[in-house]
Every structure is written in C-alpha cells, then in structure tokens.
Write a protein that binds this ligand. Sequence first.
Ligand code: SAM
Ligand code: DTB
Ligand code: SF4
Length: 332
Amino acid sequence: MTSESPLTFSGKTPRPAPKESAEGRWKIADIEALFALPFLDLMFRAQEVHRAHFKAGEVQRSTLLSIKTGGCSENCGYCSQSAHHSTELARESLMPLDKVLEHARAAREGGSSRFCMGAAWRNPKEKDLAAVIEMVSEIKKLGLETCVTLGMLDAEQARRLAEAGLDYYNHNIDTAPEYYGEVVTTHTLQDRLDTIEKVREAGINVCSGGIVGMGEGQTGRAGLIAQLANMEPPPESVPINKLIAFPGTPLADAEAIDPFDFVRTVAVARITMPASFVRLSAGREQMSDELQALCFMAGANSIFYGERLLTTGNADTDGDVRLFARLGLISI
Ligand code: SAM
Ligand code: DTB
Ligand code: SF4
C-alpha cells in the first residue's frame, strides 16, 4: 500500500469472538494491579490478549458527524455543547437528510466502514427521532454501518432504531461511578446505564466508553474500566477519549494526563474486554505518531477517521493514511 492510496474496507466489520466468562467480575483491586504493572509487562499482556482475539494490525475506522450541535440542556463538565457553559460555539439545528448523506458518501469514499452521528440532546423528541431513523435507513443503503449518539432513550425509541437497522448506539459512562457526580449533575450514571440496557435489549450493539484526563487519577480510571468490563456482556465498542479541554467549560484548565497513563488505560481496557473493539477516540489530533503506535500496540483497534470529531478537529486524514502505511496497519 502506498502512502497516497486511500484505505479501503472489505464490508461489514467482523464481529468479535464472545467474551470468555470464566474470569467472572473484575475487582477494582485487580484492575488497579494491572495499572501498576511495569509498563513493558502491561504492554506484553495486552499484546497477548489482543492477538488471541483479533488480527494484529487490523483497525476499524468510523467517521463522525455532528447532526445537531450545541444548546444541550445537560451540564457535562467536559462538553463544549452544554448550554450551561459559556463556550463560543455556534448552535446548529438538525441537519437535513441530503447534507447528512453527502457526508456519509464522502466517509465511504474515504474508506470508513461506519458512519456515526451525534446530537446534543438530553434525549430525542419524536420529530427528531423520526428524522434520525430516516438517516439511518438511507445510510445503510450506502453499505455503511451506522452508529448514533442521541442521549437517553426509552425502550420504544431503542426498538424503532433497531428496526431501522441501526448497528451501534453510543452512550458513554464517561468516568468512574464515584466521580460521575463531580462532572455532571443534570443526569445520573444510573440514567446512562438504563439507556445502555434498553439499547442492549433492543438488539443494538453497544458502544460505551469514557474520557480520561478529567482529574480522575489512576483509581478513577480503574473504576471506569471496571464498570465497563463488568457489563454483561461488555460493550462491543469501547471508545477511550482523551479530554479535549475546551475553553469555557469547567474542565478547560484540567491538567493533561501523562501520555503513558493514557496508553496504560488502553492496555487495561484491552486486557479486561478482550473481545471488544477499543477505540482511540478524542485527542488523537494532539498525539504524535509514536504515541498512537503505542496505543495500537496496547490493543487499540479502532479510530475516528475524518477531519472533524463533533465540535473539534481530528487528526488529518492524509497523516492517518501515511501512519497506516508506515505501521503496516490494515483498515477494516
Ligand atoms: N448527547 C449525547 C451524549 O451525551 O451521549 C451525545 C453527544 S456527547 C458529545 C458524546 C460523547 O463525547 C460524550 O459522552 C463524551 O464521552 C465525548 N466528549 C464530549 N466532549 C468531549 C471532550 N471535550 N473531550 C473528550 N470527549 C468528549
Ligand atoms: C465518543 O466516545 N467520542 C466521540 C463520539 N463518541 C461521539 C465524540 C468526541 C467528542 C470530542 C469533542 C468534540 O468534538 O466536541
Ligand atoms: Fe449534552 Fe451529550 Fe454534551 Fe452532555 S455530553 S452536554 S448530554 S451533548
């Protein structure tokens, strides 16, 4: 593969093997012990687990689009889109179908296998859900996998999204249970878990992960991973976001996480959720190629690909194509 060639994908993302249940529930102490391993030992363990469950070097790529931006009623401390914070972000109402499809076609041509749409809602209203359902059905016709993140859902809404053919629903638990109330107070972690349950019951794959670098420390990161790994089953897709400290949000001045601790979080996610896709998510734009390579070695096997995330920039696609070629990574 040359560095110029766009990476192609072979169709539907292969489903991971089912989780071995022999280990039972993960205890926080066991997860903290993984974090405390010497870095090279942790990386070795993560590689062993990764190679037992996935082809090393295969990386799934998803493209994100914000279909409704800003003005959200929730007060998530990290989020540029909350109406509670004074960020300089232009609000945009729901994007029309034809414009969404333009973005989806471009994502497919660029070589993404999944198209993810995000909306800054606490939960979708009836009219909005009907519009998103139409988007999902049309994007499926392009041969792309679909994912949406629309806030909280009730069982009927989840069922209708499943009926439209939605492949994944993203709903992050974001941080450890003990820390959740310090980051958000307009909804609870239990609200998020209830939505995840409804998504699961509707037969939609779960995409759920979190953000690191919000001051949670290693114990907080262990709590986040434990909560995810102990879901039955764990989410099929686990995005690990590095906080993008957005000006005007309460977390604008948060101290950045040590890059090796970020890699450790990816490795611990890989070891505790062996069959899940672990996605190197927000924050990649600020990461060197070498740091990203360490994340892939730690077991990350999915990325957001495309010039933008939701309201912030992403690693540029030419650079990604070059990085894949230099590392011999294969896009699936
Ligand atoms: N409103 C929906 C929700 O909260 O699920 C969907 C959109 S919300 C922006 C999706 C996810 O983006 C959040 O759960 C969080 O994990 C991630 N996110 C938002 N702002 C971020 C930031 N500044 N840095 C890193 N991740 C962020
Ligand atoms: C996820 O875990 N990360 C994505 C996606 N799911 C929706 C969002 C990242 C947002 C980063 C900040 C922004 O662009 O607003
Ligand atoms: Fe709203 Fe989602 Fe942002 Fe929270 S993370 S403020 S729910 S858009």
